[in-house]
Each structure stands twice: as structure tokens, then as C-alpha cells.
Design a protein around this ligand. Structure first.
Ligand code: ZN
Length: 321
């Protein structure tokens, strides 16, 4: 199967018109796993960091998805309203930013419900998208997908199709796909019906050896030309890129000296260049919120299914050339 030759199914026009997804996980900079126990009495930087991001997006007239931690939405309802007023999508990033590995299915459902309520209360908008803290939807926690579906969520964007020291599902599809609950990390085939939930995985570069390019630490250390190349390659195959950043990664004021040198490196490397990087990516490519991508996909199921069948991950060899 892996030796079958990829078919060239997507024209250059398709690639030029692909709208990618851009997203921001709104959480306290000090809630990052590496920093939470290494910083004492941290200063909140939510509002000023979100403002930097909103400003960059406004200049490019781009709408994005903001995955907001429920507790942050309760604490900073004005920030959530400001995001909604600028017509960005609001989605859930859990309520307490607890990775799913530490939650039972019942506890996760409560987290989801609390975060949904907090975002709705602040903005009047009911979220339909979810991203797990630390991308913690893997084989150990795939029960979360049926809970999302039964709670009215339309998509999940938690799967990192590469294994990193902290998260990831190696071999998962690299493009958005319908989730089949009995086989959640493969694109559902014609025989399997999806459960109604769409998975929007974070972008990676390469196929046999996959490198995360989606954002966060990887987005900060990867030079912008390489990010651009990765996005272009995905788009050429009709696959939209899905990127993520945190608003605090646009705010060098979060840098503190107390964590160890390796922790400081992973947390803060490249932070002074992130805004310029985003600026360049928004200039070079079309971006929009994830929900719009899911809507477009739903309106055009046939074409998508055709692509699913003919350009599945087993035929990714073209990608490596
Ligand atoms: Zn997070």
C-alpha cells in the first residue's frame, strides 16, 4: 500500500485558493506545563497578549479561532467579548487546562460543560470546537471524542499526528477527517460512517519523518521560510494547514528568569519574533477560523471524500521529495 504511487489530484489553482486555519490557545502563560511549578506569584498577561494578536489579525483582516480556557473566560469576560466583537470564533480549551490524561470521562464532561457555560456567559456564543490542553487526545483518551459529539461539539482540534515527548498520535491523518468512534485516528472509510465530529489535526511537515510545524515551541524555533514551505506543500495537495499559537507567545514581557535554562529555552525561544512571523504568514497565505473550514468541508462532501480515498496517508511519498 505504501508503495502505491500518489496521484496528482489537486491543481495549482486549488493550492492558491486553500484557506488555512489559524488558532490561538488563550491561557495564562504560567499555566504551561514547564512553567507552572517554576514560577512564583506570576503576573497575569492575558489582556495585553490577546491585544497584540487581535491587532495583527485586524491589520490583515483575518478571522481566527480562539480556544479559551473556561476559567480565563470567567476571569476575563471583557477579553472574551473583545474577541467575539472582532468576529473571531470562540472555542473551548477545557475549563481548568487539565490534560485529559488526568481526567476520567465524567470529569472531562464536567470540564467541557463548565467551559462551554463560561464562554457562553461571557460572549453569548456557544462554542462548537474543542482543543484539549497539551493536545491530550490520544489512544488513551479517545473516549473524549464521543463526549464531544454527544455534547453538541462539531469538531475537535487536539490530534497532533506525530509523537513528541509530551503528546501526539503517530500515523494519524494529517488533514481534517470525519471521526469514526471505533477507529478514531484513521480517516473514516465509505463503509464506516463518521459520528458527525470532524477532527482537525495540527499541521506537520513530512510524512515518514514528521516534524510539527503547527505552532507553539515548534512554530517559534522553525524559521519562517520553512513554515511557509510546509504550508505550501500541504496546500499544493489540497490540504489546509492548521496552525496554533498562544497569545502570550507574542508578548516578550512574560519572560522570567526563575525557571531552569532548558525550561526557559523551550518556553521563550523566538518570542520576540513571533508577531513578525505571524505577520509574514498572514501576508503569504489565506487564513480563517477552523469553524469556517469545517463548514466549507461539509458543503462539499463529495470532493472531500474523493480526496480522502485517493490521497490518503499511505501515499504521502510525494511529500518527501
Ligand atoms: Zn493550552
Amino acid at each position: 500500500m505504501a508503495s502505491s504511487h500518489p496521484l496528482r489530484l489537486v491543481s495549482a489553482e486549488d493550492s492558491a485558493s486553500t484557506t488555512n486555519a489559524i488558532s490561538f490557545d488563550v491561557e495564562h502563560w504560567h499555566s504551561a506545563t514547564l512553567l507552572s511549578d517554576a514560577v512564583e506569584d506570576p503576573e497575569d498577561r492575558i489582556e495585553e497578549s490577546v491585544d497584540v494578536v487581535l491587532d495583527v489579525l485586524r491589520r490583515h483582516d483575518v478571522r481566527a479561532t480562539f480556544f479559551v480556557v473556561g476559567e480565563v473566560a470567567s476571569e476575563y469576560p471583557d477579553v472574551v467579548r473583545k474577541i467575539a466583537d472582532a468576529e473571531h470564533e470562540l472555542a473551548s480549551h477545557g475549563h481548568t487546562h487539565t490534560p485529559l490524561f488526568e481526567l476520567s470521562p465524567d470529569a472531562f464532561e464536567r470540564e467541557l460543560d463548565r467551559s462551554t457555560t463560561a464562554i457562553e456567559r461571557a460572549s453569548g456564543i456557544e462554542p462548537v470546537g474543542f482543543r484539549a490542553p497539551n493536545f491530550s487526545v490520544t489512544g488513551r483518551t479517545d473516549w473524549a471524542l464521543s463526549i464531544l459529539e454527544s455534547n453538541g461539539y462539531r469538531y475537535d482540534s487536539s490530534v497532533f499526528p506525530v509523537t513528541t515527548p509530551m503528546y501526539g498520535v503517530s500515523g494519524a491523518p494529517i488533514r481534517p477527517y470525519d471521526v469514526a468512534l471505533d477507529d478514531p485516528f484513521h480517516a473514516s472509510s465509505a463503509e464506516q460512517s463518521g459520528c458527525g465530529l470532524v477532527e482537525v489535526p495540527l499541521s506537520v511537515l513530512g510524512s515518514r519523518v514528521r516534524l510539527p510545524i503547527a505552532g507553539g515551541f515548534y512554530g517559534r524555533v522553525t524559521p519562517v521560510w520553512l513554515l511557509e514551505r510546509g504550508i505550501r506543500r500541504l496546500n499544493r495537495r489540497g490540504i489546509p494547514a492548521t496552525l496554533y499559537f498562544h497569545p502570550w507567545e507574542f508578548n516578550p514581557a512574560v519572560r522570567v528568569d526563575s525557571p531552569s535554562v532548558p525550561k526557559r529555552f523551550v518556553s521563550f525561544v523566538g518570542i520576540e519574533k513571533t508577531a513578525r512571523k505571524l505577520d509574514r504568514l498572514l501576508t503569504a497565505f489565506d487564513f480563517g477560523p477552523i469553524r469556517a473550514m469545517v463548514d466549507r468541508r461539509e458543503r462539499n462532501p463529495k470532493r472531500d471524500k474523493w480526496r480522502e480515498l485517493r490521497t490518503d496517508d499511505a501515499t504521502d511519498t510525494e511529500y518527501d521529495r
